[in-house]
Design a protein around this ligand. Structure first.
Ligand SMILES: Cc1cc2nc3c(=O)[nH]c(=O)nc-3n(C[C@H](O)[C@H](O)[C@H](O)COP(=O)(O)OP(=O)(O)OC[C@H]3O[C@@H](n4cnc5c(N)ncnc54)[C@H](O)[C@@H]3O)c2cc1C
Length: 260
């Protein structure tokens, strides 16, 4: 099916202004944070709700045209790169926090919610969303789920998969599936998280929130060598101490930061 034919069908489903086929506009979507790998997409769809995702996926499925999901495009694995003429299904506009339940310490969110926005919303209730990739100001929770992202605090609290209770996903034929943590049997939720969008598109998720720490102590320690600092990390862990985060900066990095 030609790009024009696909575009005509898509226009029956979503407004024209959210279907980008201009070459220059599409070029913005040719890579993710890893700019070494690029693809060319014939079109980008800016999707705003679950129903739109389902309906456009059905169009692509029926016509055999490839597509790829995209959140904020900060990924470093090339997962959102459009290969073999794939259309880009951009879900970053689906950014509603649908429900916040401080008592149950859960939130129900759309996939385009920015990681830091979720954490800020939770902080009002003394809670936090633990996965904190360094890109958290920009990356989406849908992207975190697809990449099973980590961050400095995942040392103590675990990767994204530990903080996702359920995922609603749209499969490649448009079927909507709810994957729950407590289903029993095969942990499809666990298999889905980290699959880089290859199993389906997340359209909703229930996330686990944890209490914010009552106080935070930060220590800065300098060592004579990188080896000595690594040994310190090993002995901290060996003694069963569980710091919230540990970060090592080598001399070259410190100098680069100070010079910047
Ligand atoms: C400066 C910087 C720092 C970073 N620091 C970290 C870090 O500390 N830890 C870490 O783990 N990563 C880090 N990353 C990588 C990246 O930010 C994470 O992988 C992040 O989770 C990607 O989110 P995104 O919304 O940008 O996803 P995108 O880049 O848009 O997509 C990433 C993958 O997820 C898929 N995807 C996106 N949304 C959906 C959806 N709704 N349904 C299904 N699949 C979807 C895409 O197809 C693609 O395969 C960093 C990146 C940068 C640029």
């Amino acid at each position: 099916m030609s790009v024009d034919e696909i575009t005509t069908r898509l226009r029956q489903l979503i407004p024209r202004k959210r279907i980008l086929t201009d070459e220059d506009e599409c070029r913005l979507y040719d890579c993710d944070g890893l700019t070494l790998h690029r693809g060319v997409t014939p079109g980008v769809l800016l999707l705003e709700n679950e129903n739109e995702v389902v309906e456009v996926v059905k169009v692509f499925s029926a016509s055999g045209v490839p597509f790829v999901a995209r959140g904020a495009g900060t990924g470093l694995s090339g997962g959102a790169v459009p290969l073999e003429g794939a259309w880009v299904l951009d879900v970053h506009r689906m950014r509603r926090i649908i429900e916040m339940n401080p008592l149950a310490r859960t939130a129900v969110i759309e996939p385009g919610v920015i990681n830091l926005d979720l954490d800020k919303a939770a902080s009002v209730h003394g809670l936090r969303f633990a996965p904190d990739p360094s890109s958290q100001r920009a990356c989406t929770v849908g992207g975190n789920i697809a990449e099973n992202s980590g961050g400095p605090h995942c040392f103590l609290h675990g990767m994204t998969t530990r903080h996702i209770l359920s995922v609603r996903t749209v499969l490649s034929d448009g079927t909507v599936l709810d994957l729950d943590r407590d289903d029993g049997g095969i942990d499809w939720r666990g298999a889905f998280i980290g699959s880089e969008g290859t199993f389906g598109i997340t359209v909703r998720a229930t996330v686990r929130l944890i209490p914010r720490p009552q106080c935070v102590r930060t220590f800065l320690i300098s060592y004579r060598s990188l080896e000595a600092s690594c040994e310190a990390v090993a002995s901290i862990i060996a003694r069963g101490l569980r710091p919230a985060a540990l970060e090592i900066l080598d001399r070259a990095t410190i100098q680069a930061v100070e010079a910047s």
